[in-house]
Design a protein around this ligand. Structure first.
Ligand SMILES: *[C@@H]1O[C@H](CO)[C@@H](O)[C@H](O)[C@H]1NC(C)=O
Ligand SMILES: *[C@@H]1O[C@H](CO)[C@@H](O)[C@H](O)[C@H]1NC(C)=O
Ligand SMILES: *[C@@H]1O[C@H](CO)[C@@H](O)[C@H](O)[C@H]1NC(C)=O
Ligand SMILES: *[C@@H]1O[C@H](CO)[C@@H](O)[C@H](O)[C@H]1NC(C)=O
Ligand SMILES: *[C@@H]1O[C@H](CO)[C@@H](O)[C@H](O)[C@H]1NC(C)=O
Ligand SMILES: *[C@@H]1O[C@H](CO)[C@@H](O)[C@H](O)[C@H]1NC(C)=O
Length: 468
């Protein structure tokens, strides 16, 4: 019974406010202990177990508040001892689950045991030991953070674990190196610990950040701040918001990211080079082929385009994987030396159908401005759902006004044609009336786009004209 009393005392003595108790196990409570959800550490011992080992175990238990620790005397619990075939003691078994355990292979001393348990307990990040570990690790992921700690502080580890579980940081990889040698610190220029070695893959940016205050908030702020890439990533989900937000020109590249991700880093270099002059964005054309269609990209791989204006779809395409050429192209654009080739459907594709005249960029002047009639122009796009839904109404309207009021109906498809530089519209579809003697001041139809409102608008506008 000796050791029982000893245990009892031991737990009492070390009962400070943050003690993690070591359970005294026997055949009655053993199964229940194994049923705890957390990782369980069991010391199999004989009656004459050394006090030092127990002290070490208690210290480790206090370090890992969320693990369960127990001691089992094999001399008094022969059944369990036989079940696990225990021959030599003291033996430490680590149970990840009820029926799965590993034997701790070293002497029961504090430092190696803490490190060993930390590696099992914290599976959300990686423990690194050597400089080779660090170098390999830095190349594994787009964003990597290595925490340099001077001690295995489980509070710190819990914070790092919380960060590694965050959904908004899934592109980050977290590593921890404890008590790094002065040699390693010198290589990475770590002057103080705790600190973060932060690495951004694309632009090869390496930052050392000292953590005066190891709490979640300042670390998160640092990570988010440096996460801001020089390149914005476009997706089919964020493109709309991006277009609404971006009023300045943007240089956009598409990549087949899976096979040619390395082009990203050249593109990122360019983005850094032109920082503050033009904004950069990219998208993975494999994942978002519809974005490729939207920009009119011909290749399923690398494409490049400068968007000067979304409203007028003023796009400057340039297809080359040679980034020195792209650099030249952007420079020309910024110096306004880039000639813009207006998009226009060939006139052979245009026909007069359903009383509606089809207009292209090159025929705009002839069909609308120089036309002697009043012209009602529909700005539309065959890629735009609402435009397609409106098309039958426009047809009906054209039919209604057929050969009346000197009125001609026209439409231009902006997915294939540019509009004149001085002409602007805000929404799709848009309708403008070019009155015959006022071709420089078209009137925009702003009411809801139904047949009645359109008729009302036209009758009113064209009647007033007659009275003049
Ligand atoms: C405990 O006793 C065994 C013999 O029963 C002995 O071999 C072992 O060295 C002792 N251990 C300690 C820590 O005294
Ligand atoms: C028990 O362990 C000994 C050596 O440690 C081994 O020879 C023996 O096969 C084991 N028996 C069982 C049932 O695992
Ligand atoms: C980790 O996150 C959990 C849940 O959000 C929180 O309760 C806990 O305090 C956090 N731990 C640390 C060390 O910040
Ligand atoms: C840190 O490492 C040094 C040698 O590199 C060693 O002497 C010291 O005990 C270690 N400290 C801890 C807490 O591991
Ligand atoms: C550390 O940061 C926390 C917020 O994350 C703040 O409440 C606390 O005052 C800071 N401590 C120091 C010493 O700056
Ligand atoms: C249309 O006419 C305007 C004004 O005369 C002229 O500046 C513009 O170049 C013409 N557009 C085309 C495509 O010819």
């Amino acid at each position: 019974m000796n050791h029982f009393i000893f245990f009892f005392l031991f737990i009492l003595i070390s009962c400070q406010n943050k003690t993690n108790p070591i359970f005294s196990l026997n055949e009655l409570n053993f199964d229940q202990f194994l049923s705890y959800e957390s990782i369980k550490i069991i010391l199999f011992s004989k009656t004459n177990i050394s006090e030092q080992i127990l002290k070490n175990l208690q210290f480790v238990a206090t370090t890992f508040q969320d693990l369960k620790f127990g001691v089992l005397n094999i001399e008094e619990n022969q059944k369990i001892s036989n079940q696990f075939n225990i021959s030599k003691t003291p033996l430490l078994k680590i149970f990840k689950e009820k029926n799965s355990f590993i034997d701790y292979p070293f002497d029961i001393e504090i430092t190696p045991l803490v490190l060993y348990l930390a590696k099992i307990r914290y599976s959300w990040f990686t423990f690194l030991n050597s400089n080779e570990d660090i170098e390999r690790f830095l190349w594994e992921f787009p964003y990597v953070s290595i925490f340099f700690l001077n001690e295995l502080n489980t509070n710190y580890l819990n914070i790092i674990e919380n960060l590694s579980k965050r959904e908004d940081l899934v592109t980050f990889l977290f590593g921890v190196i404890v008590n790094a040698s002065s040699e390693i610190k010198k290589i990475w220029q770590i002057k103080k610990t705790p600190s973060i070695l932060f690495y951004r893959h694309f632009d090869d940016d390496l930052i050392v950040h000292y953590l005066e205050n190891f709490t979640e908030k300042p670390i998160l702020e640092f990570l988010v701040q440096n996460f801001q890439p020089v390149l914005e990533e476009l997706t089919e989900n964020n493109i709309k918001e991006f277009i609404e937000k971006e009023k300045e020109p943007v240089a956009i590249a598409s990549f087949d990211y899976e096979n040619k991700y390395y082009l990203m880093s050249s593109f990122t270099q360019l983005a850094k080079y032109f920082k503050n002059q033009i904004k950069f964005a990219w998208f993975d054309i494999n994942r978002f082929p519809r974005l490729g269609q939207f920009f009119g990209f011909k290749s399923q791989e690398t494409n490049f385009i400068i968007v000067e204006s979304w409203v007028n779809r003023k796009f400057y395409p340039f297809n080359s994987e040679r980034f020195e050429k792209v650099e030249e192209f952007i420079t020309k654009f910024l110096n306004k030396k880039l000639e813009y080739n207006h998009r226009s459907e060939p006139e052979t594709n245009l026909d007069f159908k359903d009383n509606i005249l089809k207009v292209a960029y090159t025929t705009w002047n002839k069909s609308i401005i120089e036309n002697e009639n009043n012209v009602l122009v529909l700005i539309t796009s065959k890629l735009h759902q609402t435009c397609q839904e409106f098309q039958p109404i426009f047809k009906q309207l054209a039919k209604f006004f057929e050969k009346k009021n000197n009125l001609i109906f026209a439409q231009i498809d902006i997915s294939q044609n540019d509009l004149p530089d001085n002409f602007h519209y805000n929404f799709l579809p848009s309708i403008f009336l070019f009155k015959k003697n006022e071709k420089n001041e078209p009137i925009e139809f702003k009411e809801s786009k139904n047949l009645e409102e359109l008729k009302k608008f036209l009758l009113k506008e064209l009647k007033e004209e007659k009275e003049l």
